[in-house]
Design a protein around this ligand. Structure first.
Ligand code: SF4
Ligand code: SF4
Length: 380
């Protein structure tokens, strides 16, 4: 006689998926059109039909460790063709959000990031941290008049301390989450099968990163093909701004220790690094503009995305706009506007770093982990 399988259904989890954008999941009647139209889904155990069933049953344990929810690139082809309007693309997005929440520490913070009512509390944390550090450094209410220098508001050392702490926290949460996620991914694989894995971790990671850089999977989408361009612009913008941040940190510390000659900040517009910063900001904002346009245009067919999707987009807009405005207001010598704008810029950058493990930024990490695992198992 075949072994009995006990299915543990978690109805609270079903409700949560519905709250996170999968409200139509009950409409699915398992026709499998979605799995047929998805160009990325493999022939063997294709998604997202099976995930729709798992969602209806509330199989939380299986869903959070299902690597296929990360293979989906949210192109919306399945949502467009679903005859029941069950929005499988959005349901998979809700599952990814639940996965991030499950593996994040503390998960309460992830729940807060998912709900708009907690946004004021989340914003209050960076505001209070920056005001506190300004108080400690004696600049709160004491910014000297004259030439605008943002280090008069917050010394560079204090800026470094705040952002290294925020980034360190994010790295800690990510490492902890990925360690648990990797363990769960491998839990159902017998040791002998693990030894037979297709690729090593290193070679699978290199393959995944290569695909990511050229956006190979995005380009296989039909309904939202243009999204590969906007997403790529966003990634290139981030890379440019990461180079600027790394260069600025190197410059600051190398000149402090006398390794390179010191130049007084702010740097001139003729400095190449300023151009990299401007190009990076432009790519970021233009990429967001295209994403907004494409989502508006495809909202009825492929879905518009929920609060969780849009939160990261608006944070990136805040970082880009406040950064560009801080620069323009400093050039215009409008101190009464420039310093508050710079304050908002610091708040938005802190938000981006500190909450990265709980926002859609976490996709970068969990998706890479899931795809590396899938490649090692030969699941392309
Ligand atoms: S989500 Fe839609 S297309 Fe997919 S199996 Fe269900 S009803 Fe069919
Ligand atoms: S959203 Fe796109 S990639 Fe994801 S399952 Fe649907 S068709 Fe496939």
């Amino acid at each position: 006689m075949a072994d009995e399988t006990v299915i543990k259904s978690d109805l609270e989890f079903v409700k949560r998926l519905q709250e996170y954008g999968g409200e139509s999941l009950k409409k699915c009647y398992q026709c499998a059109t979605c799995s047929v139209v998805c160009n990325i889904s493999p022939d063997d155990k294709p998604y997202p039909r099976k995930e729709m069933l798992m969602a209806q049953w509330g199989l939380k344990d299986q869903i959070v460790k299902d690597p296929d929810i990360w293979a989906c690139h949210y192109c919306g082809d399945c949502t467009t063709y679903c005859p029941r309007g069950a929005n499988p693309g959005e349901v998979l997005g809700a599952m990814r959000q639940a996965c991030i929440e499950h593996y994040s520490f503390p998960s309460m913070l992830a729940r807060m990031v998912s709900q708009p009512k907690f946004l004021p509390v989340l914003l209050a944390i960076p505001v209070l941290v920056i005001l506190f550090v300004m108080k400690l450094t004696g600049t709160l209410g004491n910014i000297p008049a004259g030439t605008i220098k943002y280090s008069n508001m917050l010394p560079l050392l204090a800026v470094d301390a705040i952002f290294v702490a925020a980034a360190g926290f994010a790295v800690f949460v990510f490492v902890n989450g990925v360690r648990r996620y990797w363990k769960d991914l491998n839990a159902d694989i017998s040791p002998w099968k693990a030894k037979l894995s297709n690729k090593s971790v290193v070679s699978a990671t290199i393959d995944v990163l290569k695909e990511f850089i050229v956006h190979k999977r995005f380009k296989e989408c039909v309904t939202n093909y243009a999204r590969s361009t906007s997403h790529l612009l966003l990634v290139l913008g981030f890379i440019a701004l990461a180079i600027v941040t790394a260069w600025s940190a190197y410059y600051e510390w190398a000149s402090k220790f006398g390794l390179i000659p010191h130049k007084e900040s702010p740097f001139s517009i003729t400095e190449p690094i300023k151009w990299v910063a401007l190009v990076g900001t432009f790519l970021l904002l233009y990429g967001i503009y295209l994403i907004y346009q494409q989502r508006q245009a495809k909202a009825n067919g492929a879905g518009f995305g929920g609060y969780f999707d849009w939160l990261l987009i608006w944070v990136i807009v805040a970082v880009g706009v406040t950064g560009a405005m801080s620069w323009i207001l400093r050039l215009a010598n409008l101190a009464s506007l420039a310093y508050p704008m710079y304050f908002l810029h610091l708040v938005s950058v802190f938000f981006l770093f500190f909450y990265a493990p709980y926002t859609k930024m976490a996709h970068l990490v969990y998706r890479t982990t899931a795809l590396v695992f899938a490649k090692m198992q030969g699941r392309e």
